[in-house]
Design a protein around this ligand. Structure first.
Ligand code: FES
Length: 77
């Protein structure tokens, strides 16, 4: 499973939550659209129940994180 920063700023570990619930630490780089589509960051999430994630979806929809998104994550904005 791809990952890089391990602190929620790169989105390399983005996966789609198929089943279950997670508690995802904030701030992080997910957009509101990604959240609405069910994506989570594996490095920032703790399962609250048995979960299933789709790793392939994340790999096939990879999007670059813009510098402003990264700055917002780092600065909490
Ligand atoms: S490894 Fe960078 S956001 Fe999870």
């Amino acid at each position: 499973m791809p990952y890089s920063c391990t602190v929620g700023t790169c989105a390399e570990c983005r996966v789609k939550l198929v089943r279950g619930d997670v508690d995802m630490a904030e701030p992080n780089c997910l957009t509101s659209e990604e959240r609405a589509e069910g994506y989570v960051l594996a490095c920032m999430s703790r399962p609250l129940s048995p979960t299933t994630v789709d790793i392939g979806v994340a790999a096939s929809t990879g999007r670059p994180v813009t510098s402003s998104q990264r700055d917002a994550c780092v600065n909490g904005g």
